[in-house]
Design a binder for this molecule. Structure first.
Ligand SMILES: [Zn+2]
Length: 352
């Protein structure tokens, strides 16, 4: 039988589950949604039925932020859906606070197994503890070297460890997920698909037998995944890693139901991969054109307007700086830009 043609993204579940409620999206697969206090105002989480030898159970995927609203929503889910059925394991796709925030709380509550990749587990602990180059002072030095004015310095330092305010604690110990590994959940094989560029070792979970892929933040239906250079690896080329990672989703059957962390479940992963490749190609071209039109070499901060076309607050500025540097590095490593450090210590780029 020929696979059905999908020529535009399909959204088979247009109705978002209410806080504390779940929507079944595939056999044994349930969607729930938690609020986020940001411009991106929600995260999707997943509950998977996980019976073993006829004994019912659950596997949870991702946690939500550590705040009272999310704890209350979980409490409601526990009362109305999970009940007394044991939670066997908690899987966290990556270290970002909306995904890992309540990991310790859920693990303690359920006494369940906790699964993550090593890159994500150790990064979570490093960020939580201001270790390994993740402090606000080190972030400031990175932004300064990329031309950001001192305007945001005080606010950035006052903000301190932003991660710690959204993650209450982290499990001390984990079970390691590895790319290509197969987990058996509810008797079905789920393949671990590790992607890079958004976080060090982000996990998607793909069940070809159910025709479902929990994509996490690696493949979202509307917004493009944040791809940033961070302070601890200031010479990184995460856009290369991201663009190398996303073809994995194109190889999945077109009718695969993609379960993203933000937005609606969708079909048409290959179309979304095409669109993201085009989006980044356009962004790179925009940046190159801005540098070609400039009368002098420019730093990343000077290019934010070109890349984002709107006024940004501190939170958005830090993300935007990471993204701008990621695009500049990608062009630089491709030989399309040159760069030099000025006497002020700021890195500036020009068309090669
Ligand atoms: Zn993320």
């Amino acid at each position: 039988m020929a696979a059905p043609m999908i020529s535009s993204l399909e959204f088979p579940f247009p109705d978002v589950p209410a806080p504390g409620a779940v929507t079944r999206v595939a056999p044994g697969v349930y969607w729930l949604r938690m609020a986020l206090p940001f411009a991106l105002d929600h995260i999707n989480l997943w509950l998977l039925e996980d019976s073993v030898d006829g004994a019912p159970g659950w596997t949870l995927v991702d946690c939500g932020l550590a705040n009272d609203a999310t704890r209350a929503a979980w409490t409601q889910i526990i009362e109305t859906v999970i009940g007394r059925t044991p939670v066997r394991r908690l899987i966290v796709t990556h270290y970002h606070p909306d995904h890992a925030g309540l990991a310790s709380w859920l693990r303690t509550r359920f006494q369940c197994e906790f699964w993550m990749t090593q890159g994500e587990y150790l990064t979570a602990h490093a960020v939580f503890n201001d270790a390994a180059g993740y402090s606000a002072e080190e972030a400031l030095a990175f932004y300064k070297a990329n031309g950001l004015s001192a305007e945001h310095d005080a606010e950035l330092l006052a903000r301190g460890n932003f991660y710690r305010r959204m993650v209450d604690a982290l499990p001390r110990g984990y079970r390691r997920l590895i790319d290509g590994q197969t987990l058996t959940i509810n008797g079905q094989p789920w393949q671990v698909v590790v992607g890079q560029g958004h976080a060090p070792e982000h996990v998607s979970l793909w069940s070809s037998s159910l025709g479902v892929c929990i994509s996490g933040d690696m493949l979202l239906p509307k917004i493009s995944t944040n791809v940033s250079v961070w302070t601890i690896e200031p010479e990184a080329d995460p856009l290369r890693l991201f663009l190398q990672s996303i073809p994995r989703y194109r190889q999945m059957p077109a009718e695969t139901l993609i379960l993203p962390s933000h937005g609606l479940p969708f079909r048409g992963a290959h179309l979304r991969v095409d669109a993201l490749e085009q989006h980044h190609a356009e962004r790179l071209a925009d940046m190159e054109a801005a540098l070609r039109n400039a009368s002098e070499p420019l730093a990343a901060a000077a290019l934010l307007e070109t890349l984002f076309r709107r006024k940004l607050d501190l939170h958005q500025t830090t993300f935007a700086m990471g993204e701008a540097v990621a695009h500049l590095h990608h062009l630089f490593y491709a030989g399309r830009l040159t760069r030099r450090v000025g006497s002020d210590g700021v890195l500036r780029y020009a068309v090669a």
